[in-house]
Design a protein around this ligand. Structure first.
Ligand SMILES: *[C@@H]1O[C@H](CO)[C@@H](O)[C@H](O)[C@H]1NC(C)=O
Ligand SMILES: *[C@@H]1O[C@H](CO)[C@@H](O)[C@H](O)[C@H]1NC(C)=O
Length: 384
């Protein structure tokens, strides 16, 4: 369903209300009335103008979507159309609320910008993803892809609540906002909880469930295509929510390719994938394995300054660590420490099984990687 909200034109509304009466009573009194109505009319226009300017001004302060993309708004043509598509959980969204929301930029990519925005009408904080019009895929499939993504619901997937398309084909995706931020921040600058075995397990299992749903739980199997720890969002209980899935379906091929190059630069790209359109379930599993290694070791997926026998990418680094019997490099020492405090009795043996699972996911050969269902079974075995 496509809802249309044609913009009401304030001035025409005022004009139609005005001075009918004056035409039929051309005496002094009505001339005066005429004048008075004229003054009221002019004042009214001024007020409308002031309100309008004030609103736009507010948008400017907010550094939001409004000022970035709508600052050239001057002439209103007949072709100017705005559409809002809402999905489960997004019924309270309105165009005005979205466009007027004061926003804060929290992420930037070539294909678009991510905002944290406060929607005043519904008093909710939302994640707004603005897609640059030139980067989006051609129009025919676009809305059906959006409707498909908007229909996906799973406890570990970030839902799409709404989709706004503006008069100049600006596109905005609306998602919930998660206060704990993303997993990359949590591992790197977190409070140490990221080394707790219980937390590591919860996050690993949650991501695996979300990914398994994309791969096997939908009528159209869906490849994530951009799985990395910065695209895993966390709530206050460290429950993970996978975001950004299927974004490549909305981008044109060169922009989708840029996403893949970003994935490669960040160390999550499976070695066999060259083009985004060749991404598969197995390439997602590889990215997932890198995330497990990050969780386990607390290390960056890309080692910027590798020492003599170390490798640039985390899976290779780990392979070398195993070969060199550098067990201390395989997992963060605090995992064992916290575990004894928490009383969940993780053993080094369990940690090593977890490590082996991660390495199987990162196997150079796609055929040797487990499916996400097998990953879930394995994680379950390790936990119990
Ligand atoms: C695809 O997106 C890029 C931006 O990444 C843009 O420069 C290019 O013109 C777009 N290509 C097509 C065919 O629309
Ligand atoms: C951990 O081990 C202690 C004894 O070593 C035991 O009393 C406790 O029940 C164990 N906890 C769990 C969660 O298995």
């Amino acid at each position: 369903m496509l809802f249309s909200f044609p913009k009401p034109s304030n001035s025409s509304l005022l004009v139609s209300k005005l001075p009918r009466t004056t035409v039929f009573h051309p005496n002094k009194m009505t001339q005066f009335l005429n004048l008075a109505l004229g003054v009221v009319f002019v004042l009214g226009l001024a007020v409308v103008l002031l309100i309008f300017l004030n609103r736009r001004g507010k948008g400017k302060n907010g550094d939001g979507f409004n000022d970035l993309e709508r600052n050239q708004q001057s002439v209103k043509g007949a072709e100017e159309r705005e559409d809002l598509l809402t999905f489960q959980g997004g019924q309270d969204l309105t165009i005005l609320d979205i466009l007027e929301a004061p926003g804060e930029v929290i992420g930037k990519a070539n294909h678009g910008t991510l905002y944290k925005a406060y929607l005043q009408g519904s008093s909710t904080v939302r994640l707004l993803r603005f897609l640059r019009p030139v980067c989006t895929a051609g129009h025919d499939d676009f809305v059906s892809e959006i409707e498909f993504l908007g229909s996906i619901r799973h406890p570990n997937l970030v839902p799409l609540l709404g989709f706004y398309s503006g008069p100049r084909t600006e596109k905005l995706l609306i998602h919930p906002f998660y206060r704990r931020g993303n997993l990359a921040q949590f591992i790197r600058d977190g409070n140490g909880d990221s080394h707790r075995w219980g937390v590591i397990n919860k996050i690993s299992v949650g991501i695996a469930k979300g990914l398994d749903h994309l791969h096997t739980g939908l009528q159209k199997p869906t490849i994530h295509g951009n799985l990395q720890s910065k695209n895993i969002l966390l709530d206050r209980n460290y429950e993970p929510y996978v975001s950004d899935f299927g974004l490549h379906l909305l981008l044109n091929s060169s922009s989708a390719q840029e996403v893949l190059e970003g994935l490669a630069a960040n160390g999550y790209k499976a070695p066999e994938v060259i083009k985004m359109k060749d991404a598969t379930e197995e390439t997602d599993v590889y990215s997932y394995g890198v995330i497990l290694l990050e969780l386990l070791s607390g290390k960056e997926p890309v080692n910027e300054k590798p020492a003599f026998d170390e490798d640039f990418y985390l899976p290779n680094f780990m392979r070398n660590a195993v070969l060199g019997h550098r067990i201390a490099d395989l997992f963060h020492p605090e995992i064992l420490l916290y575990s004894s405090i928490d009383g969940n009795n993780v053993t080094e043996e369990k940690i090593l099984k977890f490590f082996q699972l991660a390495m199987a996911c990162c196997s150079p050969s796609p055929a040797l990687r487990p499916s996400m269902k097998q990953v879930l079974q394995k994680l379950n075995e390790i936990r119990t």
